[in-house]
Design a protein around this ligand. Structure first.
Ligand code: NI
Length: 169
């Protein structure tokens, strides 16, 4: 396994739409292993492949609390089959927009279909933090960042903040 570099705004690669995966093979599993290690090291709770510069529809996630055992999860070619009409706000952050947090309103519950680490098809309901995180990560697969859900002014402020930090680093 190896750590990959996480791209940050305003890197144009983050605006790219990712392509579906054809087969879940060892090469893809190696990418998912690297992504998970990179996410844990950041640290973060979710990461899409495009955030490490790979335009494939792949997401890794771990929503376990620090005191709990790790619960890595892998989503290949995820699709949302259903969204609830009721929405919920959540203060989101993103490893590609470091140190910036803001509230985004999304459907409170969704029904998902995806391929897991073994390439098996899974259907699952998501609510709470899981629903927030999977919708945030799936946005990445279409080149959408959480700050794209905010006002233009807030988005510009967020990007400015990240650029400033990058310069200082
Ligand atoms: Ni993100």
């Amino acid at each position: 396994m190896a750590l990959r570099e996480i791209l940050t705004v305003p890197n144009p690669v983050l605006k790219q739409a990712s392509k579906p995966v054809e087969t879940v093979d060892d090469e893809l599993r190696a990418l998912m292993d690297d992504m998970l290690e990179t996410m844990y090291a950041a640290p973060g709770i979710g990461l899409a492949a495009i955030q490490v510069g790979v335009p494939k529809r792949v997401i890794v996630m771990d929503l376990a609390r620090p005191e709990e055992d790790k619960q890595p999860r892998y989503f290949v070619n995820p699709e949302i089959l259903w969204r609830s009409d009721d929405t919920a706000p959540y203060e989101e952050g993103c490893l590609s927009v470091p140190e910036y947090y803001d509230e985004v309103e999304r459907p409170a519950r969704v029904k998902l279909r995806y391929l897991n680490y073994q390439g098996e098809q899974v259907e699952e309901d998501a609510e709470g933090l899981f629903a927030v995180c999977i919708q945030h990560e799936m946005d990445h697969l279409d080149g959408v960042l959480f700050i794209d859900h905010l006002s233009r002014l807030k988005r510009e402020q967020a990007i400015k903040k990240v650029k400033k930090q990058a310069k200082a680093a």
